[in-house]
Design a protein around this ligand. Structure first.
Ligand SMILES: Cc1cc2nc3c(=O)[nH]c(=O)nc-3n(C[C@H](O)[C@H](O)[C@H](O)COP(=O)(O)O)c2cc1C
Length: 160
């Protein structure tokens, strides 16, 4: 699948609107990821306001790209289940690949507990939600080579 290799972390964006229609498709792709026992533990906070995007950039030094993104989605989980982090990882990856299919750049931004608490406070997110990541999206302001991370040494085969 071409999108797997085409997708790179894009941290520079041009000032161009992502349509609501495409944004919905990205969210829908996320919701169609597999989840343990089909619990679908994801919740999405969509941020488009410039001031708020700037606020997200201040969460940590390597979250600066949210500032110039057109949309950043804060990924959260309600009532975390046994595998919620894995479930949300699959959700995020689906969103990145869907965005890439529209030539939209994205960057996955990991959020730790403390940073998550800051975001919750700033955005009035209820206490029962946990923040795990953010994903910034925007039309590309930089081009990158396709991925080619294949390493045969990482593959192990069973011994008979
Ligand atoms: C869980 C996770 C957290 C990440 N957090 C950040 C981050 O905080 N800031 C950032 O610039 N990139 C972040 N990345 C992107 C990685 O740096 C990037 O995927 C990796 O360097 C490989 O580059 P590529 O995505 O272009 O293939 C994160 C990726 C993952 C999967």
């Amino acid at each position: 699948m071409e999108e797997i290799y085409k997708r790179r972390s894009i941290r520079k964006y041009i000032d161009k609107e992502i349509s609501d229609e495409i944004l919905q498709k990205i969210l829908k792709a996320g919701m169609n990821a597999p989840s343990a026992k089909n619990t679908k533990p994801y919740e999405f906070l969509v941020i488009r306001n410039k001031q708020n995007l700037k606020k997200l950039a201040s969460v940590k030094p390597n979250a600066y790209m949210t500032k110039d993104s057109n949309v950043t989605i804060v990924m959260m989980s309600k009532e975390p289940t046994e595998f919620w982090k894995l479930d949300l990882g699959a959700t995020i990856q689906n969103m990145l690949l869907e965005a890439s299919s529209y030539d939209i750049g994205s960057c996955w931004i990991g959020i730790n507990h403390e940073q998550g608490e800051y975001i919750k406070k700033e955005f009035g997110i209820p206490d029962d939600l946990q923040v795990i990541s953010m994903v910034s999206f925007g039309y590309k302001g930089e081009e990158k080579e396709k991925n080619d991370y294949y390493e045969s040494a990482k593959i192990h085969y069973e011994k008979y």
